[in-house]
Design a protein around this ligand. Sequence first.
Ligand SMILES: Cc1cc2nc3c(=O)[nH]c(=O)nc-3n(C[C@H](O)[C@H](O)[C@H](O)COP(=O)(O)OP(=O)(O)OC[C@H]3O[C@@H](n4cnc5c(N)ncnc54)[C@H](O)[C@@H]3O)c2cc1C
Length: 458
Amino acid sequence: MSKSVEREPNTVSADVVIVGAGFAGLTAAERLADLGVSVRVVEGRDRIGGRSYSGEVAGVKVDLGATWVSRRHTEIRNLASRLGCTTTSQFAKGLNVLWMGGERSTYQGTIPEISTEAVEDMGRVQGILHELLSTVDVEAVWESPEADRLDAISFGEWLDQNDAQPGTRALMTILSKVQWGCSPGDVSLLHALRYIRAAGGVSHMLDVEDGQQEERYAETTQEIAMRLAGKLGDRVVVGTPVRRIAQDGSGVTVSTDSEVINARYAIVTAAPAHRADIEFEPALPEKGEWLAKTWRMGALSKAFVAYEKPFWRSSGLSGEALTDTGTVFITFDVSPDDSGPGILMAFCDPRVYDNFSPEARRDRVVRQLVDLYGPQAGAPIDYVDHCWGTEPFAPGGPNPAVPPYASGSYGSALAEPHGRVHWAGVETAGEWAGTMNGAVLTGQRAAEQVARQLGVFK
Ligand SMILES: Cc1cc2nc3c(=O)[nH]c(=O)nc-3n(C[C@H](O)[C@H](O)[C@H](O)COP(=O)(O)OP(=O)(O)OC[C@H]3O[C@@H](n4cnc5c(N)ncnc54)[C@H](O)[C@@H]3O)c2cc1C
Protein backbone atom coordinates (compact mmCIF):
# COMPACT_ATOMS: atom_id res chain seq x y z
CA MET A 1 0.00 0.00 0.00
CA SER A 2 1.51 3.37 -0.92
CA LYS A 3 0.90 6.90 0.34
CA SER A 4 0.75 9.86 -2.01
CA VAL A 5 3.14 12.85 -1.76
CA GLU A 6 2.59 16.36 -3.14
CA ARG A 7 3.97 16.73 -6.68
CA GLU A 8 2.76 17.15 -10.27
CA PRO A 9 0.05 14.53 -10.85
CA ASN A 10 1.30 11.25 -12.33
CA THR A 11 -0.74 9.58 -15.02
CA VAL A 12 -1.77 6.05 -14.15
CA SER A 13 -3.90 3.52 -16.03
CA ALA A 14 -6.19 0.76 -14.79
CA ASP A 15 -9.31 -0.97 -16.06
CA VAL A 16 -11.37 0.23 -13.08
CA VAL A 17 -10.84 3.01 -10.51
CA ILE A 18 -12.51 2.46 -7.17
CA VAL A 19 -13.14 5.48 -4.94
CA GLY A 20 -12.95 4.60 -1.24
CA ALA A 21 -11.13 1.89 0.73
CA GLY A 22 -13.93 0.86 3.09
CA PHE A 23 -15.48 -2.60 2.91
CA ALA A 24 -17.44 -1.80 -0.28
CA GLY A 25 -14.42 -0.51 -2.20
CA LEU A 26 -12.00 -3.19 -1.05
CA THR A 27 -14.49 -5.98 -1.75
CA ALA A 28 -15.14 -4.63 -5.25
CA ALA A 29 -11.39 -4.42 -5.85
CA GLU A 30 -10.74 -7.97 -4.71
CA ARG A 31 -13.60 -9.37 -6.81
CA LEU A 32 -12.42 -7.55 -9.94
CA ALA A 33 -8.77 -8.47 -9.36
CA ASP A 34 -9.82 -12.12 -9.02
CA LEU A 35 -11.47 -11.79 -12.45
CA GLY A 36 -8.20 -10.54 -13.94
CA VAL A 37 -9.25 -6.86 -14.08
CA SER A 38 -6.66 -4.24 -13.16
CA VAL A 39 -7.86 -1.91 -10.40
CA ARG A 40 -6.71 1.19 -8.53
CA VAL A 41 -8.36 2.01 -5.19
CA VAL A 42 -8.07 5.67 -4.14
CA GLU A 43 -8.90 6.60 -0.57
CA GLY A 44 -9.20 10.20 0.62
CA ARG A 45 -8.45 9.47 4.27
CA ASP A 46 -5.00 8.67 5.51
CA ARG A 47 -6.13 5.19 6.48
CA ILE A 48 -7.87 2.07 5.25
CA GLY A 49 -11.30 0.96 6.49
CA GLY A 50 -13.64 3.97 6.16
CA ARG A 51 -16.17 3.71 8.97
CA SER A 52 -14.16 0.83 10.50
CA TYR A 53 -11.39 2.35 12.55
CA SER A 54 -9.38 1.00 15.50
CA GLY A 55 -8.14 2.79 18.59
CA GLU A 56 -6.35 1.55 21.69
CA VAL A 57 -7.20 1.81 25.35
CA ALA A 58 -5.12 0.29 28.18
CA GLY A 59 -3.19 -1.66 25.54
CA VAL A 60 -6.33 -3.25 24.05
CA LYS A 61 -7.44 -2.58 20.45
CA VAL A 62 -11.03 -1.29 20.26
CA ASP A 63 -13.50 -0.40 17.51
CA LEU A 64 -14.00 3.36 17.28
CA GLY A 65 -16.44 2.74 14.40
CA ALA A 66 -18.17 -0.47 13.29
CA THR A 67 -18.07 -3.21 15.92
CA TRP A 68 -20.66 -5.98 15.86
CA VAL A 69 -21.82 -8.74 13.53
CA SER A 70 -24.85 -10.97 13.80
CA ARG A 71 -24.87 -14.63 12.82
CA ARG A 72 -26.84 -13.59 9.76
CA HIS A 73 -24.08 -11.26 8.47
CA THR A 74 -22.62 -14.08 6.41
CA GLU A 75 -20.64 -12.04 3.86
CA ILE A 76 -18.54 -10.01 6.29
CA ARG A 77 -18.09 -13.13 8.45
CA ASN A 78 -16.83 -15.16 5.49
CA LEU A 79 -14.47 -12.35 4.51
CA ALA A 80 -13.14 -12.00 8.07
CA SER A 81 -12.61 -15.71 8.58
CA ARG A 82 -10.87 -16.01 5.20
CA LEU A 83 -8.46 -13.31 6.43
CA GLY A 84 -7.89 -15.05 9.78
CA CYS A 85 -9.97 -12.74 12.01
CA THR A 86 -11.97 -14.29 14.83
CA THR A 87 -15.24 -13.38 16.50
CA THR A 88 -15.72 -13.03 20.24
CA SER A 89 -19.11 -12.98 21.98
CA GLN A 90 -20.48 -9.70 23.27
CA PHE A 91 -20.46 -10.03 27.07
CA ALA A 92 -24.07 -9.96 28.29
CA LYS A 93 -24.17 -11.90 31.59
CA GLY A 94 -25.98 -10.24 34.47
CA LEU A 95 -28.33 -7.32 34.88
CA ASN A 96 -28.44 -4.23 32.68
CA VAL A 97 -28.68 -0.74 34.16
CA LEU A 98 -31.43 1.71 33.28
CA TRP A 99 -31.19 5.44 34.03
CA MET A 100 -34.52 7.01 33.22
CA GLY A 101 -36.12 10.19 34.53
CA GLY A 102 -33.17 10.63 36.91
CA GLU A 103 -33.69 7.22 38.53
CA ARG A 104 -31.44 4.17 38.39
CA SER A 105 -32.79 0.62 38.16
CA THR A 106 -31.67 -2.74 36.75
CA TYR A 107 -33.35 -5.11 34.30
CA GLN A 108 -32.76 -8.27 32.30
CA GLY A 109 -33.04 -8.76 28.53
CA THR A 110 -33.34 -6.20 25.74
CA ILE A 111 -36.44 -4.23 26.73
CA PRO A 112 -36.43 -2.65 30.21
CA GLU A 113 -39.49 -3.66 32.20
CA ILE A 114 -40.15 -0.20 33.62
CA SER A 115 -43.81 -1.16 34.25
CA THR A 116 -46.39 -3.53 32.75
CA GLU A 117 -47.91 -0.57 30.87
CA ALA A 118 -44.52 0.40 29.42
CA VAL A 119 -43.83 -3.14 28.19
CA GLU A 120 -47.32 -3.36 26.67
CA ASP A 121 -46.85 -0.01 24.95
CA MET A 122 -43.52 -1.08 23.46
CA GLY A 123 -45.19 -4.27 22.17
CA ARG A 124 -48.10 -2.27 20.73
CA VAL A 125 -45.84 0.22 18.89
CA GLN A 126 -43.55 -2.55 17.64
CA GLY A 127 -46.65 -4.36 16.33
CA ILE A 128 -47.78 -1.33 14.28
CA LEU A 129 -44.22 -0.81 13.06
CA HIS A 130 -44.03 -4.47 12.07
CA GLU A 131 -47.12 -4.12 9.86
CA LEU A 132 -45.64 -1.08 8.14
CA LEU A 133 -42.32 -2.87 7.62
CA SER A 134 -44.06 -5.52 5.56
CA THR A 135 -45.18 -2.80 3.09
CA VAL A 136 -41.70 -1.53 2.22
CA ASP A 137 -39.34 -2.97 -0.34
CA VAL A 138 -35.76 -2.64 0.90
CA GLU A 139 -34.37 -2.89 -2.63
CA ALA A 140 -36.45 0.08 -3.86
CA VAL A 141 -38.20 1.69 -0.92
CA TRP A 142 -39.32 4.63 -3.10
CA GLU A 143 -41.48 2.22 -5.10
CA SER A 144 -43.35 0.94 -2.02
CA PRO A 145 -47.12 1.45 -2.39
CA GLU A 146 -47.30 3.92 0.51
CA ALA A 147 -43.91 5.58 -0.13
CA ASP A 148 -45.26 9.14 -0.48
CA ARG A 149 -47.26 8.98 2.72
CA LEU A 150 -44.48 7.31 4.74
CA ASP A 151 -41.83 9.76 3.48
CA ALA A 152 -43.91 12.83 4.33
CA ILE A 153 -43.36 12.54 8.08
CA SER A 154 -40.44 11.88 10.40
CA PHE A 155 -40.09 8.77 12.55
CA GLY A 156 -40.61 11.09 15.55
CA GLU A 157 -43.89 12.46 14.15
CA TRP A 158 -45.05 8.89 13.59
CA LEU A 159 -44.26 8.03 17.25
CA ASP A 160 -46.35 11.08 18.27
CA GLN A 161 -49.23 10.10 15.99
CA ASN A 162 -49.23 6.63 17.53
CA ASP A 163 -49.16 8.02 21.04
CA ALA A 164 -45.88 6.29 21.96
CA GLN A 165 -45.43 6.43 25.74
CA PRO A 166 -42.21 7.83 27.34
CA GLY A 167 -40.50 4.41 27.75
CA THR A 168 -41.16 3.43 24.12
CA ARG A 169 -40.08 6.84 22.94
CA ALA A 170 -36.84 6.68 24.94
CA LEU A 171 -35.96 3.27 23.47
CA MET A 172 -36.78 4.39 19.91
CA THR A 173 -34.69 7.53 20.45
CA ILE A 174 -31.72 5.38 21.45
CA LEU A 175 -32.27 3.17 18.39
CA SER A 176 -32.42 6.27 16.18
CA LYS A 177 -29.26 7.82 17.66
CA VAL A 178 -27.33 4.57 17.22
CA GLN A 179 -28.66 3.79 13.75
CA TRP A 180 -28.96 7.16 12.00
CA GLY A 181 -26.94 9.39 14.33
CA CYS A 182 -29.91 11.68 14.98
CA SER A 183 -33.16 11.98 16.94
CA PRO A 184 -36.34 10.33 15.56
CA GLY A 185 -37.64 13.78 14.55
CA ASP A 186 -34.72 14.21 12.12
CA VAL A 187 -35.21 11.07 10.04
CA SER A 188 -37.92 10.22 7.51
CA LEU A 189 -40.26 7.40 8.52
CA LEU A 190 -39.75 5.76 5.10
CA HIS A 191 -35.96 5.85 5.54
CA ALA A 192 -36.25 4.47 9.08
CA LEU A 193 -38.49 1.64 7.87
CA ARG A 194 -36.05 0.78 5.09
CA TYR A 195 -33.16 0.46 7.55
CA ILE A 196 -35.17 -1.43 10.18
CA ARG A 197 -36.43 -3.92 7.59
CA ALA A 198 -32.94 -4.25 6.05
CA ALA A 199 -31.57 -5.01 9.53
CA GLY A 200 -34.03 -7.86 10.09
CA GLY A 201 -36.56 -5.94 12.26
CA VAL A 202 -36.45 -4.05 15.56
CA SER A 203 -35.63 -7.09 17.72
CA HIS A 204 -32.73 -8.22 15.56
CA MET A 205 -31.49 -4.63 15.54
CA LEU A 206 -31.57 -4.28 19.35
CA ASP A 207 -30.72 -7.75 20.62
CA VAL A 208 -27.37 -9.13 21.73
CA GLU A 209 -28.33 -12.83 21.76
CA ASP A 210 -29.43 -13.78 18.23
CA GLY A 211 -29.23 -10.11 17.27
CA GLN A 212 -26.91 -7.58 15.68
CA GLN A 213 -24.82 -7.11 18.82
CA GLU A 214 -24.08 -10.82 19.27
CA GLU A 215 -20.39 -10.87 18.31
CA ARG A 216 -17.47 -8.58 17.60
CA TYR A 217 -13.95 -9.12 16.29
CA ALA A 218 -11.05 -9.70 18.68
CA GLU A 219 -8.71 -8.07 16.13
CA THR A 220 -11.15 -5.13 15.43
CA THR A 221 -13.10 -4.65 12.23
CA GLN A 222 -10.54 -2.25 10.74
CA GLU A 223 -8.03 -5.09 10.90
CA ILE A 224 -10.25 -7.09 8.51
CA ALA A 225 -10.11 -4.18 6.05
CA MET A 226 -6.34 -3.77 6.55
CA ARG A 227 -5.73 -7.43 5.77
CA LEU A 228 -7.86 -7.19 2.64
CA ALA A 229 -5.99 -4.04 1.55
CA GLY A 230 -2.73 -5.87 2.28
CA LYS A 231 -3.74 -8.51 -0.27
CA LEU A 232 -4.31 -5.79 -2.86
CA GLY A 233 -0.88 -4.21 -2.15
CA ASP A 234 0.11 -1.21 -4.28
CA ARG A 235 -3.25 -1.15 -5.98
CA VAL A 236 -4.55 0.80 -2.94
CA VAL A 237 -3.46 4.41 -2.25
CA VAL A 238 -4.49 6.43 0.81
CA GLY A 239 -4.44 10.18 1.48
CA THR A 240 -5.66 10.72 -2.09
CA PRO A 241 -9.07 12.45 -2.27
CA VAL A 242 -10.74 12.18 -5.67
CA ARG A 243 -11.62 15.70 -6.86
CA ARG A 244 -13.06 15.11 -10.33
CA ILE A 245 -14.41 12.31 -12.51
CA ALA A 246 -14.77 13.08 -16.21
CA GLN A 247 -16.03 10.56 -18.75
CA ASP A 248 -16.60 10.16 -22.46
CA GLY A 249 -17.62 7.26 -24.67
CA SER A 250 -14.33 5.44 -24.21
CA GLY A 251 -13.51 5.78 -20.51
CA VAL A 252 -13.17 7.82 -17.33
CA THR A 253 -10.49 10.21 -16.11
CA VAL A 254 -10.27 10.37 -12.34
CA SER A 255 -8.29 13.30 -10.92
CA THR A 256 -6.68 13.53 -7.51
CA ASP A 257 -4.03 16.02 -6.36
CA SER A 258 -1.25 13.49 -6.97
CA GLU A 259 -2.43 11.39 -9.90
CA VAL A 260 -4.70 11.30 -12.89
CA ILE A 261 -6.05 7.83 -13.53
CA ASN A 262 -7.33 6.78 -16.93
CA ALA A 263 -9.68 3.84 -16.71
CA ARG A 264 -12.63 2.28 -18.48
CA TYR A 265 -15.00 2.44 -15.50
CA ALA A 266 -15.21 3.92 -12.01
CA ILE A 267 -16.93 2.58 -8.91
CA VAL A 268 -17.66 5.26 -6.30
CA THR A 269 -18.28 3.99 -2.76
CA ALA A 270 -18.40 7.38 -0.96
CA ALA A 271 -21.59 7.92 1.07
CA PRO A 272 -24.19 9.91 -0.96
CA ALA A 273 -23.42 13.18 0.92
CA HIS A 274 -19.74 12.85 -0.01
CA ARG A 275 -20.50 12.39 -3.71
CA ALA A 276 -21.14 16.16 -3.61
CA ASP A 277 -17.41 16.76 -3.01
CA ILE A 278 -16.52 15.25 -6.39
CA GLU A 279 -16.98 17.25 -9.59
CA PHE A 280 -18.58 15.06 -12.25
CA GLU A 281 -18.21 15.84 -15.95
CA PRO A 282 -20.83 15.52 -17.37
CA ALA A 283 -22.68 16.57 -14.22
CA LEU A 284 -24.86 14.11 -12.32
CA PRO A 285 -28.51 14.11 -13.30
CA GLU A 286 -30.73 16.34 -11.15
CA LYS A 287 -31.90 13.48 -8.92
CA GLY A 288 -28.31 12.43 -8.26
CA GLU A 289 -27.33 15.98 -7.31
CA TRP A 290 -30.27 16.32 -4.96
CA LEU A 291 -29.51 12.94 -3.43
CA ALA A 292 -26.02 14.19 -2.53
CA LYS A 293 -27.42 17.49 -1.20
CA THR A 294 -30.20 16.04 0.95
CA TRP A 295 -28.81 12.72 2.26
CA ARG A 296 -26.83 14.37 5.05
CA MET A 297 -24.82 12.11 7.34
CA GLY A 298 -25.83 11.59 10.95
CA ALA A 299 -23.24 11.86 13.71
CA LEU A 300 -22.30 9.58 16.58
CA SER A 301 -19.40 9.53 19.02
CA LYS A 302 -17.87 6.66 20.97
CA ALA A 303 -15.80 6.65 24.15
CA PHE A 304 -13.90 3.74 25.75
CA VAL A 305 -13.11 3.89 29.45
CA ALA A 306 -10.66 1.35 30.89
CA TYR A 307 -10.38 0.12 34.51
CA GLU A 308 -8.02 -2.33 36.22
CA LYS A 309 -10.80 -4.97 36.20
CA PRO A 310 -14.37 -5.23 34.87
CA PHE A 311 -15.53 -4.52 38.45
CA TRP A 312 -19.22 -4.34 37.50
CA ARG A 313 -19.17 -8.06 36.61
CA SER A 314 -18.57 -9.03 40.25
CA SER A 315 -21.66 -7.01 41.21
CA GLY A 316 -23.72 -9.05 38.75
CA LEU A 317 -23.90 -6.31 36.11
CA SER A 318 -23.47 -6.89 32.38
CA GLY A 319 -21.96 -3.49 31.58
CA GLU A 320 -24.94 -2.75 29.34
CA ALA A 321 -26.85 0.41 30.24
CA LEU A 322 -29.49 2.64 28.70
CA THR A 323 -29.91 6.28 29.72
CA ASP A 324 -32.31 9.03 28.62
CA THR A 325 -30.32 12.08 29.75
CA GLY A 326 -26.76 13.35 29.48
CA THR A 327 -23.93 12.61 27.11
CA VAL A 328 -23.82 8.81 27.26
CA PHE A 329 -26.97 7.04 26.11
CA ILE A 330 -25.83 3.43 25.96
CA THR A 331 -22.89 1.38 27.26
CA PHE A 332 -21.47 -2.10 26.62
CA ASP A 333 -18.73 -4.20 28.21
CA VAL A 334 -15.94 -4.85 25.70
CA SER A 335 -13.34 -6.15 28.18
CA PRO A 336 -11.08 -8.89 26.78
CA ASP A 337 -11.93 -11.19 29.76
CA ASP A 338 -12.54 -11.24 33.54
CA SER A 339 -8.89 -10.64 34.44
CA GLY A 340 -8.75 -7.08 33.11
CA PRO A 341 -8.48 -4.49 31.92
CA GLY A 342 -12.20 -3.83 32.20
CA ILE A 343 -13.42 -1.70 29.31
CA LEU A 344 -16.77 0.07 28.98
CA MET A 345 -17.75 1.33 25.56
CA ALA A 346 -20.08 4.36 25.68
CA PHE A 347 -22.11 5.78 22.81
CA CYS A 348 -22.22 9.57 23.21
CA ASP A 349 -24.62 12.15 21.81
CA PRO A 350 -22.49 14.50 19.68
CA ARG A 351 -24.65 17.50 20.63
CA VAL A 352 -23.41 17.35 24.23
CA TYR A 353 -19.97 15.99 23.48
CA ASP A 354 -18.14 16.85 20.26
CA ASN A 355 -17.59 20.55 20.94
CA PHE A 356 -16.03 20.05 24.38
CA SER A 357 -12.28 19.74 25.00
CA PRO A 358 -10.89 16.19 25.25
CA GLU A 359 -10.60 16.59 29.07
CA ALA A 360 -14.20 17.84 29.39
CA ARG A 361 -15.47 14.98 27.21
CA ARG A 362 -13.69 12.43 29.38
CA ASP A 363 -15.02 14.08 32.52
CA ARG A 364 -18.62 14.05 31.26
CA VAL A 365 -18.44 10.36 30.36
CA VAL A 366 -16.74 9.26 33.60
CA ARG A 367 -19.24 11.18 35.75
CA GLN A 368 -22.11 9.46 34.00
CA LEU A 369 -20.47 6.05 34.43
CA VAL A 370 -20.28 6.76 38.17
CA ASP A 371 -24.08 7.29 38.17
CA LEU A 372 -24.54 4.01 36.33
CA TYR A 373 -21.89 1.76 37.91
CA GLY A 374 -20.97 3.37 41.23
CA PRO A 375 -17.89 5.18 42.64
CA GLN A 376 -15.38 2.62 41.26
CA ALA A 377 -16.20 3.96 37.79
CA GLY A 378 -14.61 7.25 38.89
CA ALA A 379 -11.07 5.81 38.75
CA PRO A 380 -10.33 4.87 35.13
CA ILE A 381 -6.83 3.90 34.05
CA ASP A 382 -7.23 4.98 30.42
CA TYR A 383 -9.64 6.64 28.00
CA VAL A 384 -10.02 7.06 24.24
CA ASP A 385 -12.82 8.50 22.11
CA HIS A 386 -13.76 9.35 18.55
CA CYS A 387 -16.24 11.88 17.14
CA TRP A 388 -17.43 10.78 13.67
CA GLY A 389 -19.26 14.05 13.02
CA THR A 390 -16.09 16.15 13.25
CA GLU A 391 -13.73 14.03 11.12
CA PRO A 392 -11.88 16.30 8.68
CA PHE A 393 -12.53 14.10 5.61
CA ALA A 394 -15.84 12.40 4.76
CA PRO A 395 -17.33 13.21 8.19
CA GLY A 396 -20.40 11.56 9.70
CA GLY A 397 -21.77 8.16 10.51
CA PRO A 398 -22.93 5.55 11.18
CA ASN A 399 -25.54 6.23 8.47
CA PRO A 400 -27.30 9.07 6.68
CA ALA A 401 -29.96 10.92 8.68
CA VAL A 402 -32.29 11.36 5.71
CA PRO A 403 -35.08 13.91 6.33
CA PRO A 404 -38.69 13.58 5.11
CA TYR A 405 -39.19 13.64 1.31
CA ALA A 406 -35.54 12.90 0.46
CA SER A 407 -35.78 9.11 0.52
CA GLY A 408 -38.80 8.78 -1.76
CA SER A 409 -37.79 11.66 -4.05
CA TYR A 410 -34.12 10.86 -4.68
CA GLY A 411 -33.51 7.30 -3.43
CA SER A 412 -33.75 5.86 -6.95
CA ALA A 413 -30.47 7.67 -7.77
CA LEU A 414 -28.54 5.71 -5.13
CA ALA A 415 -27.34 2.87 -7.37
CA GLU A 416 -28.37 4.03 -10.87
CA PRO A 417 -25.11 4.13 -12.92
CA HIS A 418 -24.09 7.53 -14.32
CA GLY A 419 -22.66 6.36 -17.64
CA ARG A 420 -19.36 4.68 -16.80
CA VAL A 421 -19.60 5.59 -13.12
CA HIS A 422 -21.13 2.83 -10.98
CA TRP A 423 -22.07 3.16 -7.33
CA ALA A 424 -21.39 0.93 -4.33
CA GLY A 425 -21.22 1.65 -0.60
CA VAL A 426 -23.52 0.58 2.18
CA GLU A 427 -26.16 3.22 1.37
CA THR A 428 -26.77 1.49 -1.97
CA ALA A 429 -27.50 -1.85 -0.24
CA GLY A 430 -30.94 -3.40 -0.04
CA GLU A 431 -30.69 -6.16 2.54
CA TRP A 432 -28.36 -5.26 5.43
CA ALA A 433 -28.12 -1.54 4.54
CA GLY A 434 -26.35 0.17 7.43
CA THR A 435 -23.99 -2.71 8.22
CA MET A 436 -20.55 -3.91 7.13
CA ASN A 437 -22.34 -6.92 5.66
CA GLY A 438 -24.38 -4.60 3.43
CA ALA A 439 -21.22 -2.77 2.35
CA VAL A 440 -19.57 -6.04 1.29
CA LEU A 441 -22.68 -7.05 -0.68
CA THR A 442 -22.65 -3.74 -2.60
CA GLY A 443 -18.95 -4.14 -3.43
CA GLN A 444 -19.67 -7.57 -4.90
CA ARG A 445 -22.70 -6.28 -6.83
CA ALA A 446 -20.90 -3.26 -8.36
CA ALA A 447 -17.83 -5.35 -9.25
CA GLU A 448 -20.01 -7.84 -11.11
CA GLN A 449 -21.92 -5.04 -12.89
CA VAL A 450 -18.66 -3.56 -14.17
CA ALA A 451 -17.12 -6.97 -14.93
CA ARG A 452 -20.16 -7.68 -17.13
CA GLN A 453 -19.54 -4.44 -19.03
CA LEU A 454 -15.91 -5.49 -19.48
CA GLY A 455 -17.05 -8.87 -20.76
CA VAL A 456 -15.23 -10.88 -18.07
CA PHE A 457 -18.33 -12.00 -16.14
CA LYS A 458 -21.72 -13.31 -17.20
C1 LIG B 1 -19.73 4.71 15.05
C2 LIG B 1 -20.14 3.65 14.07
C3 LIG B 1 -20.59 2.43 14.53
C4 LIG B 1 -20.95 1.42 13.62
N1 LIG B 1 -21.29 0.20 14.12
C5 LIG B 1 -21.50 -0.82 13.26
C6 LIG B 1 -21.64 -2.15 13.75
O1 LIG B 1 -21.54 -2.40 14.95
N2 LIG B 1 -21.85 -3.14 12.83
C7 LIG B 1 -21.92 -2.89 11.48
O2 LIG B 1 -22.10 -3.84 10.70
N3 LIG B 1 -21.76 -1.64 11.00
C8 LIG B 1 -21.54 -0.60 11.85
N4 LIG B 1 -21.32 0.65 11.37
C9 LIG B 1 -21.54 0.91 9.93
C10 LIG B 1 -20.38 0.40 9.06
O3 LIG B 1 -19.20 0.96 9.53
C11 LIG B 1 -20.61 0.82 7.62
O4 LIG B 1 -21.87 0.37 7.16
C12 LIG B 1 -19.56 0.27 6.65
O5 LIG B 1 -18.28 0.28 7.20
C13 LIG B 1 -19.61 1.11 5.38
O6 LIG B 1 -18.65 0.67 4.46
P1 LIG B 1 -18.55 1.40 3.05
O7 LIG B 1 -17.38 0.86 2.37
O8 LIG B 1 -19.85 1.36 2.36
O9 LIG B 1 -18.34 2.96 3.40
P2 LIG B 1 -17.12 3.66 4.14
O10 LIG B 1 -16.56 2.78 5.18
O11 LIG B 1 -17.61 5.00 4.55
O12 LIG B 1 -16.04 3.81 2.99
C14 LIG B 1 -16.15 4.82 1.99
C15 LIG B 1 -14.77 5.42 1.82
O13 LIG B 1 -14.81 6.38 0.77
C16 LIG B 1 -13.88 7.39 1.11
N5 LIG B 1 -14.15 8.59 0.30
C17 LIG B 1 -15.24 9.40 0.35
N6 LIG B 1 -15.12 10.39 -0.56
C18 LIG B 1 -13.95 10.19 -1.21
C19 LIG B 1 -13.26 10.86 -2.24
N7 LIG B 1 -13.75 11.98 -2.83
N8 LIG B 1 -12.04 10.40 -2.64
C20 LIG B 1 -11.50 9.28 -2.08
N9 LIG B 1 -12.12 8.60 -1.08
C21 LIG B 1 -13.33 9.04 -0.66
C22 LIG B 1 -14.11 7.61 2.60
O14 LIG B 1 -13.02 8.25 3.21
C23 LIG B 1 -14.30 6.18 3.08
O15 LIG B 1 -13.11 5.62 3.55
C24 LIG B 1 -20.91 1.67 12.23
C25 LIG B 1 -20.43 2.89 11.76
C26 LIG B 1 -20.03 3.88 12.66
C27 LIG B 1 -19.50 5.18 12.15
